[in-house]
Ligand binder design. Sequence first.
Ligand code: NAG
Ligand code: NAG
Ligand code: NAG
Ligand code: NAG
Ligand code: NAG
Ligand code: NAG
Length: 838
Amino acid sequence: MPLGMLAVPAKYTLFTAHSKFSAEISDAMAPSPRCLGFLVALVCAVSVCFSTVSGGGRERGPITTNGGNYTKVCDPARFAAAGLDMAGFRYCDASLPYADRVQDLVGRMTLEEKVRNLGDRAEGAARVGLPGYMWWGEALHGVSDVGPGGTRFGDVVPGATSFPLVINSAAAFNETLWRAIGGVVSTEIRAMYNLGHAELTYWSPNINVVRDPRWGRASETPGEDPFVVGRYAVNFVRGMQDIDGRDAAAAVDPFSRPIKVSSCCKHYAAYDVDAWSGFDRFTFDARVQERDMVETFERPFEMCVRDGDASCVMCSYNRINGVPVCADARLLSETVRRQWQLHGYIVSDCDSVRVMVRDAKWLGYNGVEATAAAMKAGLDLDCGMFWEGVHDFFTTYGVDAVRQGKLKESAVDNALSNLYVTLMRLGFFDGIPELESLGASDVCSTEHKELAADAARQGMVLLKNNGARLPLSPKVNSVALVGLLEHINATDVMLGDYKGIPCRVVTPYDGIRKVVNSTLVHACDNGACDRAPPATVKTVDATIVVVGLNMSVERESNDREDLLLPWNQTNWIKAVAEASLNPIVLVIMSAGGVDVSFAQDNPKIGAVVWAGYPGEEGGTAIADVLFGTYNPGGRLPLTWYKNEYVNKIPMTSMALRPDAEHGYPGRTYKFYSGADVLYPFGHGLSYTNFTYASGTAASPVTVKIGSWEYCKLLTYKKGVTSPACPAVNVASHQCQEEVQFSVTVANTGGRDGSHVVHVYTVPPPEVDEAPLKQLVAFRRVQVPAGAAVEVPFTLNVCKAFAIVEETAYTVVPSGVSKVVVGDDALSMSFPVQINLAV
Ligand SMILES: *[C@@H]1O[C@H](CO)[C@@H](O)[C@H](O)[C@H]1NC(C)=O
Ligand SMILES: *[C@@H]1O[C@H](CO)[C@@H](O)[C@H](O)[C@H]1NC(C)=O
Ligand SMILES: *[C@@H]1O[C@H](CO)[C@@H](O)[C@H](O)[C@H]1NC(C)=O
Ligand SMILES: *[C@@H]1O[C@H](CO)[C@@H](O)[C@H](O)[C@H]1NC(C)=O
Ligand SMILES: *[C@@H]1O[C@H](CO)[C@@H](O)[C@H](O)[C@H]1NC(C)=O
Ligand SMILES: *[C@@H]1O[C@H](CO)[C@@H](O)[C@H](O)[C@H]1NC(C)=O
């Protein structure tokens, strides 16, 4: 999220080494040489390097937050210690509705006090008993300490469970898993909160769709399909936020529903260019058609808010069609808050407001004007990075914005209400009794580490397996483990971005060595694979080559230039394969797809496994898959293109559909029909074989168009006559029609295995510019060898058969759609006739 957060992880120890962060904050506010060193390094460690960092920050009082001194704001002893009587503060009266309490709290504050609480380092208002609060937390794939210090590891909590990167977990296509991960992460956060080592608000998950294979942040996301990304968001958010047995409250008032941890869907919207060919995310103006907004860019966010009931949405740095997202009232107030009914707050990406002025130079606005515009558009909280003496814009320019009449004070009150209602739901004021017993033993427990290992196993994707090269027999006498040392002994690479301190790290070497005692390690490098293949590969039973990328190639603020393996790895792998006694096994660590056509075609490369960045237990999972303790069932959550693809379309072209005028080929499995695919979306093999049978086929569906509805027009292919009623508008329809069917998945091979059933719909062929197909349901099922399981599906017609027509209405087309289960390797399909009855 923020500039260069990842490039200098070591620098964070400056903040995290301290036990009390009130001291760290005051240090950061009153600039010390140490702090300036940090900032210079931070700001200059990325591709966009700003000139000098000036000193002279605005003096501010230390932020006294939950440094382990108390577990709730409304504690009479806390007030008494400050010389206040809590009984006089209605906002602490737990018998009143949250709305009344928040109104009381905000009503007590002066304008200056209010404004000091609009930034990520909220100062509180000591005069009225309100403590400060550090809003910025990260928990992308486990509790992370990225950020200014709200979450801290140390003696009390040395580390937290580090799950696989999101792109791996996505590959598991298992919603139960996604929710379980969110549940464990929030348990660890709550435990750390009780110990005074964490706050309660986390800016995860990242749910931008991977529109282009070069995007540097693919590791953080659930891939290229908006539906999968949205389902990941819903499950992760529910795991983070929901408290067992407390959901009934939502029915009464969703603004009072207690939440375990606040989760935030980011970065809204159309944000997926970091730094590519002279473009960067601060100045990028994404030119997006409304159809693509609805169909692709907004969809995961809509699902996150409506179905996940996320308590936060973060707006991104970029502009969309000229307007900065964080100052776009149509996107924030109108869409997120009003249409999708957000019960929570909207935060800026860290510096989005500054970026409008400094980078985008939008409308020539100054700080006051940008502040007013963003808050009026619906932004509640400004996350900022200290730069040229200014931390965030809202706390710096908010008072002037009101005094100069550019912003109503009621807008400030409204933003604060959204923030404090969220904190009330989190128990910041009153505590949440059933979560207060969590402590150090609930972090990095055996159970949690096992879930991390399970997630890594479930996410492994078997891309190629010639002649059943895998699994290797656990009885093999000798293994050569070769490749770059940072992959073989991956202490760091497997943890990827937004990491914390893991409980431990099981490297591929550790995992394989546990199975085969005689595991000989030969690193190819010092920086690149420039050494000759080791002689041992000529004699060992199995050669395992671990290769891939790392964060120098794909990360925040750094998009990829090509899809190839860097550092001479391709040549080296070929040389190793040539020299090896037996066909080699290739294990790839990467987030984005890698063009390994050379491996797919080479008979001396027996098997290829995509291990992604599998988190702290990655080595165990890799060994379990290679030696058959676990039968892989993961599927690619994004298309693996051949490298030629990137020469055909610039990263900055936002459209998903092919563009004949520019010769662009289209993007993602939904629209790309060219020849440059190495492994399609959904690809993934198993050590066993599956077949499909269907007992039921759908009968035609009749959709009755009510008298209040209109038939919508559709664009048809040339020569096709439009029917009288081409389509029905989903927004005006009740949407109760369903298509039910079931698929029987039989395991015809010799091993138990899990199988992901992908269900796609294909729109009627006469409709122009429709997706080739679109995923509408999926389920991962475990099938014992020789057995079969029946997997039932119920598709809501408005959700599963809808398309987004040219002018961005979501409609169900009349005609014959198709349901396709599975992919090229294994599939079945049946037509679904949809009649619109006027
Ligand atoms: C790889 O890690 C193992 C143990 O984790 C260690 O014994 C070995 O020395 C490491 N290899 C190199 C070349 O650093
Ligand atoms: C593994 O091999 C080493 C020698 O390389 C030997 O000392 C050790 O006993 C072996 N361990 C097992 C479990 O076979
Ligand atoms: C990535 O790997 C290359 C080659 O081994 C190495 O030079 C570079 O330092 C690594 N980058 C990171 C961030 O680990
Ligand atoms: C790349 O690897 C090949 C095969 O080991 C080797 O012949 C070649 O010298 C290497 N090239 C560089 C630049 O290191
Ligand atoms: C499983 O599929 C493979 C091809 O992927 C085939 O060679 C093998 O015969 C099949 N086995 C069974 C039991 O169907
Ligand atoms: C899905 O994930 C859950 C939680 O990890 C696990 O218990 C279950 O076995 C997984 N399902 C399949 C079919 O692998």
